[in-house]
Design a protein around this ligand. Structure first.
Ligand code: ADP
Ligand code: MG
Length: 360
């Protein structure tokens, strides 16, 4: 599912590579922790997987594709099979929970019927059913992160990337988020989670890839990763729960000392991705479509342009389905990618003249 072949990543203006000849392979269905101190290269790894960046040397293969062979224009289709969550949640503060989650589906042209069933289902998967009408500020940090996870998985990606998803959370809440990630993994999604809370990770019985100064120094299979029977129930095991909390507490203390309220070196964007020609592909793309297929599909849509994000009328929530998904127009959304910090990631030009949405 993911293969790094001798991957080196050098950023312009830096002496030491951020990743140095890194080799690993992650199979479908694994749950993998990517650990290492701040600056060890974890986010760089995830950015290469998401094709927010390409390697300086070596190859990164994801979902059967060499990420370097993907054009910028094809990348949104590739990313359709990948969900991502970040330390800072990245919810839209002025949108309800339902709107935050359904936005991702609207921009890829999912039908209203799909959205209407998928959003509550995603909320249920993260244990927050019935919260759809809340605003993000009415939720705790842990709940906000679970909403971000719901948004990341609502299109049923094959792969979920999580970059320090518990970095802003207290230990108890972190455990809740971990349980949600485990449940998503148990449902068949491959999960790669970057964290520098190594002490916590060591308690979790998962495969661990450890980076040190950009070098992969450990690839350890621990316990039952990939064996979904072992993670299909998420009932708390008192001992393990206690150990995890103790480890989390220690790790978070260290984290606060070392990092403070860490911000990523660059904002990697969001899992919400406006895509070209969404109305053309949406009906064909099943929930389990693979990126390779999406990319193949996309060859048929060479002329696609990034759609305008339009101001939508009063209608915000998902309305009752009338059986006929709109194919005539790109689904209206009321947030411009710029608002999400996605323009760079999508390779979009800055569009200062756009009449929609706040600018930063
Ligand atoms: P981690 O996520 O483990 O904290 P990163 O992947 O963010 O590590 O960073 C790895 C190294 O690469 C660090 O030394 C960092 O300063 C550097 N780095 C990351 N992104 C950039 C960038 N866009 N430009 C220059 N250097 C970068
Ligand atoms: Mg990072």
């Amino acid at each position: 599912m993911i293969r790094f072949e001798n991957v080196t990543k050098r950023y312009r203006g830096t002496k030491r590579p951020a990743l140095d000849a890194v080799d690993f392979e992650i199979e479908r269905g694994e749950f993998v922790f990517l650990v290492g101190a701040s600056g060890s290269g974890k986010s760089s790894c995830l950015r290469l997987i998401l094709r927010e960046d390409t390697p300086s040397d070596g190859r990164v293969l994801v979902l059967g594709r060499d990420t370097r062979s993907l054009s910028d224009r094809r990348t949104p289709f590739f990313r359709r099979s990948i969900g991502a969550v970040f330390q800072d949640f990245r919810l839209l503060p002025s949108k309800t929970v339902t709107q935050n989650i359904s936005f991702a589906l609207k921009v890829i042209g999912r039908s209203r019927a799909f959205i209407k069933s998928a959003v509550p289902e995603a909320l249920e998967r993260v244990g927050l059913e019935g919260m759809g009408k809340r605003m993000p500020h009415e939720l705790s940090g842990g709940e906000q992160q679970r909403i971000a996870i719901a948004r990341a998985i609502v299109n049923r990606p094959q792969l979920l990337l999580a970059d320090e998803p518990t970095g802003n959370l207290d230990p108890t809440t972190s455990v809740e988020v971990m349980r949600v990630l485990e449940a998503i993994h148990a449902g068949g999604t491959t999960v790669v989670m970057a964290t520098h809370e190594a002490g916590f990770v060591d308690k979790m019985q998962r495969r661990v890839l450890e980076l040190r100064g950009g070098v992969l120094v450990r690839d350890e299979m621990r316990g039952s990763y990939g064996d979904t029977s072992a993670v299909s129930t998420l009932r708390a095991e008192p001992e393990r729960g206690a150990a995890a909390i103790a480890a989390l507490t220690a790790a978070l203390d260290v984290q606060r000392e070392v990092a403070g309220p860490a911000a990523e070196p660059d904002s990697g964007g969001d899992d919400i991705r406006p895509e070209p020609s969404a109305e053309k592909t949406a009906e064909r793309a099943g929930p389990d479509d693979v990126a390779a297929e999406a990319v193949e599909d996309e060859r048929a849509h060479e002329s696609a342009d990034i759609p305008e994000a339009e101001t939508e009328s009063a209608e915000e929530d998902v309305a009752p389905e009338d059986e006929a998904p709109s194919r005539s127009a790109f689904p209206a959304v009321d947030v411009h990618p710029d608002e999400l910090g996605m323009a760079d990631r999508l390779g979009l030009p800055n569009r200062d003249d756009d009449e929609v949405g706040p600018t930063s």
